[in-house]
Design a protein around this ligand. Structure first.
Ligand code: NAD
Length: 376
């Protein structure tokens, strides 16, 4: 099969869907791999590294005209115009972007959005949300440490003692857990909040403290269980009590890293302006939900500015929207392996494309086929 790997055109996107490592494996499986010149450069994979494993270096049209196109982001209109009807597209295509998916369907593509894979054991090796959120959680802590004008670890020196930084993590999914682990390695004292009670044990196992907010009504308990491992919106009564507990911790915090998301909905507001005002000068917030707040404004903090780092009420607020792209080599490496694993489900040993009749992962990821949207 002809496999195309275009250079990503989305602003700030540095990742690439196929690395020299996975290009080599695709070649070994008998495929022709056509990589657009420069596609891997921002991820530390120059053309020569692809050529060395037998990939062909081509231009944009050459990569996009392939039977199977592997991408990070959904193609824009110009890219779509270069793709062939009937081609297969695999990428992070945003399963909630109906107009975007409709454009893929109208272009006659068979499109798979990897973010839609179920969070099951079998799907773990192709779980792009996890592989990328993991890196995002790490980078969030690195960015906070860089902006923070004090140290993370406690330091006892001849000139006196420096206190350890207090870090609050809001939302403890994959990114939040990695943020805890990373901040812990740097010596911080960490507290974390999540709506899902199952997270408590994971937080404690990493040496952090879980912010307890009891569930008082059957409605609260039911909502807290979530669905498919994901959070559901919590009743206002619980959110009010959470706010009180979080506000106390935020006022004492040096660093807040917020990652709270509910799939397909606006990110919950967890850090109000009042809370920001209560923080010490020089504190840092990294809002990983930037750009996903109500009406696309803000994130978990309404003061967050999408894609910007701003200072408000003496607090630095980082609203970077694509943290994995700032660690392009490793995030590409994990993403490319996720893609390779997914392909095992839809490409036969003989190298032909085939959609298995009863595969839950493939069915969940399939967004468009035969000119039609596969999801409502
Ligand atoms: P996510 O990015 O959707 O959300 C981040 C976190 O925000 C979640 O932990 C969520 O509970 C939390 N959150 C939502 N509203 C909140 C609020 N008001 N206050 C505090 N926290 C709030 O999450 P994710 O990283 O994609 O992980 C989702 C789930 O999938 C987790 O349960 C994770 O353990 C699970 N998971 C399972 C597998 C697997 O079994 N293969 C792999 C990866 C993740």
């Amino acid at each position: 099969m002809n496999i195309g790997v275009p250079l990503e055109t989305y602003l700030g996107e540095t990742r690439v869907a196929v690395t020299p490592e996975t290009a080599k494996k695709l070649k070994a499986q008998g495929h022709t791999v056509k990589v657009q010149s420069g596609a891997g450069v921002a991820a530390s994979a120059p053309d020569e590294a692809y050529a060395a494993v037998g990939a062909e270096i081509t231009d944009r049209a050459g990569a996009l005209a392939a039977e199977l196109v592997l991408k990070v982001r959904s193609p824009d209109a110009d890219e779509l115009a270069l793709m062939k009807p009937g081609a297969v597209l695999v990428g992070m295509l945003n399963p909630f972007d109906k107009p975007g998916l409709q454009a893929l369907a109208s272009a006659g593509l068979t499109a798979f959005a990897l973010e839609a894979a179920p969070r099951t054991t079998r799907a773990q090796s192709m779980d792009v949300l996890s592989s990328q959120a993991n890196i995002g959680g790490y980078k969030a802590v690195m960015m906070a440490a860089d902006r923070y004008q004090r140290l993370f670890p406690m330091l006892m020196t001849a000139a006196g003692t420096i206190k350890a930084a207090r870090v609050v993590i809001l939302g403890v999914g994959v990114a939040g857990l990695q943020a805890i682990a990373t901040a812990k390695r740097l010596g911080a004292v960490i507290e974390a909040s999540d709506v899902r009670p199952s997270v408590k044990e994971q937080v404690e196992s990493l040496g952090a403290k879980f912010i307890e907010v009891p569930y008082e009504t059957p409605e609260e308990k039911e909502a807290a269980e979530g669905v498919g491992g994901y959070a559901r919106p919590m009743p206002p009564s619980w959110l009010e009590r959470q706010k009180v507990e979080v506000a106390k911790r935020v006022a004492q915090a040096d660093i807040v890293i917020s990652t709270a998301l509910i799939p397909g909905r606006a990110a919950p507001v967890l850090i109000t302006e009042e809370m920001v005002k209560s923080m010490k000068p020089g504190s840092v917030i990294v809002d990983m939900a930037a750009g996903r707040g109500p009406d696309g404004v803000g994130g978990n903090c309404p003061l967050t500015e999408t894609g910007q780092t701003v200072k408000k009420h003496g607090v630095t607020i980082i609203g970077e929207t694509n943290l994995p792209a700032l660690v392009a080599a490793d995030s590409s490496s994990l993403y490319a392996r996720n893609v390779l694993d997914f392909l095992k489900l839809v490409v036969t040993k003989e190298g032909a494309f085939a959609i298995p009749a009863d595969d839950d992962i493939v069915a969940a990821c399939l967004m468009a086929q035969g000119g039609e949207l596969k999801k409502n």
